[in-house]
Design a binder for this molecule. Structure first.
Ligand code: DGT
Ligand code: CA
Ligand code: ZN
Length: 571
């Protein structure tokens, strides 16, 4: 799936054209990028099946840009882009990567301050040389420093949502080999951490050489770092490392536990083994005289150590090995409805009807359509006139599909700077479900942000607070907010807090979720879908819920419809 790569390169072209003050063209490139970003299909697949025509059939893509996309899919590059890049300094290209620095600002930094590298930019920000430029201030310097920090960090860790499909496809290929009798993805991916450093795969095979030969020839490999009979390491084209280990049947459980980690959990496990007069290693569990006790699977390891089995998502040494009774984590198939999604009424790619059909396909009992309110200009939020039409359409869909799914009329309503909601009560009262969230202005500070959110929770009109800390992984830190105060207020007002499943958000995060569970708050897991395809993101939210030790009783949208609707009530 190359959609994301194509989106990036189109946006990069637009950036450079804008820096070069070329008119109109940047807009066309950005429009094309946006279309592909929201495309529910694989652009490469379309191109293979229907050629250039297939690409230009996508709305927003004309022949000129279509040809460039085809060139990229054929050759992995766009010649004109490579030429274009040579016409601006390298530093300009890397400065564009900093969140909040668009072409205009980058041009200024380059031309006026003669900044030639990220290092120089960092120094200029640190020494207060940027604040006096038109359009910049002290706050911009802080943002630039934070942005550079995030870039450095971001290059090390990749979103679980990006890595998991890649890991799964490699694992599927290996699983199909007749020489492979068992396979698991281990490491942080198995624990479903929100970001991942590399892919760790483990297999049982009596023919390790054949397995390694296949692995080293995968078509998405950039370089082979090491190749041996028990361990091989490669760098994938996507820029991620992947390690494959082949082990024997007797030690598979030992190895799986070891390479699943976390390191901290492993260390605690080994301490427990020692206390009980045993030794635990990646080969299994042994007695004092090094005699093998067990190690075929993880279950027997835990059991022989006198411990209950610990789900991978909980293995972080944050108290899981001291528990008397394990929580029964919410299952990956227990969600009964998705409560946050956008359609063509605001900034979604698919129509409301498409989204409803996709939800039916997921076998959900209910679904909420929640397009943006009027102040969300960048997201094409609806003014009151359009809102009326929107409501009419959802009403129609409600009737049309009443035997298949319960549709809720909803909206993701902006919490304005003063904490009031973006629609008057008479509009909010027409809705079945109201999601509220902050989308801008959260630089105001911790107190202001907290009060603003608490006011919304107190309004009596809100059912759910969406993405309650506002982070965007590798791009934007969470805004400052007193989460304890928010949690308390939400509980008192019967307002659920959202676990947003969008791979770059996953907000609330695992530790926030754990805090909510300890306080007995209600949570929802929603996808914030901007296309029908995005409904698949649900597993990432569930994974974070499991990392926060959530059980189904904590999750409002794991309730069957009758109970769910009672919880939501009519506010
Ligand atoms: P990451 O950073 O996303 O790759 O996270 P992990 O947990 O996948 O870390 P990684 O790939 O370095 O190692 C995979 C597992 O191998 C890790 O979860 C636990 C185990 N491991 C690695 N190094 C050590 C170590 O020094 N001691 C112990 N006990 N376990 C280790
Ligand atoms: Ca790893
Ligand atoms: Zn949303």
């Amino acid at each position: 799936m190359k959609n994301q790569e194509v989106v990036e390169i189109l946006n990069n072209i637009a950036d450079i054209l804008e820096i070069k003050k070329v008119e109109w063209k940047p807009i066309a490139y950005r429009k094309a990028a946006r279309s592909i970003e929201n495309l529910p299909k694989d652009i490469e697949d379309i191109y293979r099946k229907k050629g250039l025509d297939g690409i230009t059939e996508v709305s927003g893509i004309g022949l000129g840009i279509g040809k460039k996309i085809a060139e990229y899919l054929d050759t992995g590059k766009i010649k004109e882009f490579d030429e274009l890049k040579k016409t601006v300094p390298e530093s300009v290209v890397s400065m564009m990567e900093i969140p909040g620095l668009g072409p205009k600002k980058v041009s200024k930094l380059y031309k006026i301050l003669k900044i030639n590298s990220l290092g120089e930019l960092e120094r200029a920000a640190r020494f207060g040389k940027i604040r006096n430029l038109m359009g910049f201030g002290e706050k911009s310097e802080e943002d630039i420093l934070m942005g550079i920090g995030l870039i450095k960090k971001g290059h090390e860790r990749t979103l679980l949502g990006t890595v998991l499909p890649i890991a799964n496809s490699i694992a599927d290929g290996l699983r199909n080999l007749k020489e492979v009798s068992k396979i698991d993805i281990a490491g942080s991916i198995r624990r479903k951490k929100d970001t991942v450093k590399d892919i760790d795969i483990l297999v049982i095979s009596k023919y390790p050489e054949k397995v390694m030969n296949y692995f080293a020839k995968l078509n998405n490999i950039k370089a082979v770092l090491a190749k041996g009979p028990t361990k091989s390491s490669v760098v994938l084209k996507e820029g991620i490392n992947c390690d494959l280990r082949v082990v024997g049947e007797k030690s598979y459980g030992g190895a799986l536990a070891y390479f699943t980690g976390s390191k901290e959990h492993n260390i605690r496990m080994r301490q427990i083994a020692i206390k009980k007069g045993m030794k635990l290693s990646e080969y299994g569990l042994f007695d004092r005289k090094d005699k093998y006790i067990c190690g075929k699977n993880e279950e027997e390891l835990y059991s022989k150590l006198g411990l209950p089995y610990v789900e991978p998502e909980m293995r972080e040494d944050t108290g899981e090995l001291e528990l008397k009774k394990m929580p029964k984590l919410i299952g990956y198939n227990e969600i009964k409805g998705d409560l946050h999604m956008h359609t063509t009424w605001s900034d979604g790619f698919n129509s409301a009807e498409d989204m409803v059909k996709a939800a039916i396909k997921k076998k959900y009992e209910y679904v909420a359509i929640t397009d943006h309110s009027k102040s969300a200009h960048v997201a094409n939020g609806m003014d009151e006139k359009r809102f009326k039409k929107y409501i009419e359409e959802i009403e129609k869909l409600k009737k049309k599909y009443k035997n298949e799914i319960n549709i809720l009329k909803g909206s993701e309503v902006d919490i304005l700077k003063d904490g009031s909601l973006d629609y008057p009560n008479k509009i909010l009262d027409k809705l079945d479900i109201v999601i509220a969230s902050m989308h801008s202005g959260f630089r105001a500070g911790k107190n202001e942000n907290t009060n603003r959110m608490i006011k919304a929770i107190n309004s009596g009109k809100v059912n759910i607070i969406a993405h309650p800390t506002g982070r965007i992984i590798n791009q934007r830190n969470p805004y400052e907010i007193d989460l304890n105060a928010v949690i308390k207020e939400a509980k008192e007002n019967n307002v659920a807090l959202e676990i947003n499943s969008y791979p770059s958000r996953l907000d609330l995060n695992d530790t926030n979720i754990r805090l909510c569970i300890e306080n007995d708050n209600k949570l929802v897991i929603s996808t914030d879908s901007h296309s029908a395809k995005n409904l698949d993101f649900m597993i990432f939210g569930i994974a974070q819920a499991r990392r926060g030790w959530a059980e189904s009783k904590n999750i409002v949208n794991a309730m069957p419809f009758e109970r769910f609707i009672k919880f939501i009530g009519k506010k």
